[in-house]
Write a protein that binds this ligand. Sequence first.
Ligand SMILES: [Zn+2]
Length: 414
Amino acid sequence: MYGVADPGAFSFTVGTRIPGRHGRTGVISTPHGDIATPAFIPVGTKATVKAVLPETMKELGAQALLANAYHLYLQPGSDIVDEAGGLSEFMNWPGPTFTDSGGFQVMSLGVGFKKVLAMEAVDVRSDDVIAKGKERLATVDDDGVTFRSHLDGSKHRFTPEVSMGIQHQLGADIMFAFDELTTLLNTRAYQEKSLQRTHEWAQRCIDEHERLTAARAHRPYQALFAVIQGAQYEDLRRKACRELESLRGSAGTGFDGYGIGGALEKHNLGTIVGWCCDELPEDKPRHMLGISEPEDVFVAVENGADTFDCVNPSRVARNAAIYVAEGRFNINTARFRRDFTPIDDTCDCYTCANYTRAYIHHLFKAKEMLASTLCTIHNERYTIRLVDRIRESIEGGYFDEYKAETLGRWKGGV
Ligand SMILES: [Zn+2]
C-alpha cells in the first residue's frame, strides 16, 4: 500500500436485525460524521436542497445530503468545488454528503425519458426507444458516454475515469461507481451486455479511485459504492452482486458499499432488494437509489436497504403536494382557503408549528417563494421522521406492527 488517505475513516457497524429478514439498523461513520441507519438521504441536486437553508435541513433531522455529479460538473465545475475544500464546505453543510456518478442523468438524456426508473409494467421491449419529441442527446459505447449539455448543447464525454475524477474533486464522503443505465424497455440480451459493461466499468472505477485516493492523500477518505444493475432478472442481479463484491484494485481496494439501482417495477422492489442482500456481504452498507414513498421505504428496509435517496419530497412540495399519515394531498385546492389548522397536527416541523393550511394555500395561489420553502420543510421532515421511526421500531422489536399500522393509515391520497 502507498500513502493513501485513511480508509479507516469510513466504516459500517450493524446494530439490531429484523428477525428472519435482511433488514437491520446500523451506523455508517464518515469523515464528516455518522449516519444512523436506516436513513433517508434528501437530495440537493446542485449542492442545495431547493428553497431550504442547510441549517434548516440539519434541524429537521437530515443526517446527510446527496448531490449530483453531472449537474455540478457542468455548473459551477467540479474544480471549483474542489478549490472550496469539497462539497460539504462549499455548500455549508456540516455533515456527510453523497454524490451519484452522473451516469443516470447523462444516460437518461439518451433514453429520452425523464423518469427512467419506471415503476410500472411495460409490455414493449426495445433497445432504442426515444420519447416522442426528444432528440437523442447521449450515446453509450464500451468506453463511456458522449453527451450534450442540457444547458448549452456543448459536447462532453464521461468515462469511469472521468466520473471518478469529478467525484474526487467534489469530495463527497460516499461516491458511486459509473454504471450503464438500462430501462424496462431493454431486451434481456441488452441487459446481459450492459451488465458486462457495468462490470468492466466498475473495475476501472476501482482502479482510478485507488489512484486518486493515493494522489489526494491530504483529503478526507471517500468511500466508493458499486451499483448493482440487472433489471428484473434474478440470475443477473445475483451475478452482479457476486462479481462486484469480488473486484479489487492492485493495492487491494474493494467497494465500501453497494447501491441497488436500475430499472425495476414497484411490485418487484422487495424481491429484487432481497436477492441482492442474499448475495451482498453483511458488513457493508447498501443504498437504494430513488425511493421515498412509504410503501417502498418499508419494503426496501425490510429486505436489507440501509439508506435511500429521493428528490420527490422536495420536488412535489414545490407543486403543492403534501405528505401526511393518511397519504398525499394538494394544498392548492379550494377547500383549504379557510382551513386555519396546520398541514399535519401530528407533525413536529417548523411549518406545522407556525403556519396554517389557509396561509400556505394563499402563498401558492400568490406564487410566493415561501410556499416552496414551507412545504419542502414539512415533506422532508415527514420522510425523515418516518424512517427514524422505522429505525426505532427495528431497535424496539416492533417493526411489523409499526409497518402494519403506518401502511394501514396510508392510502396514497387524501
Ligand atoms: Zn410538518
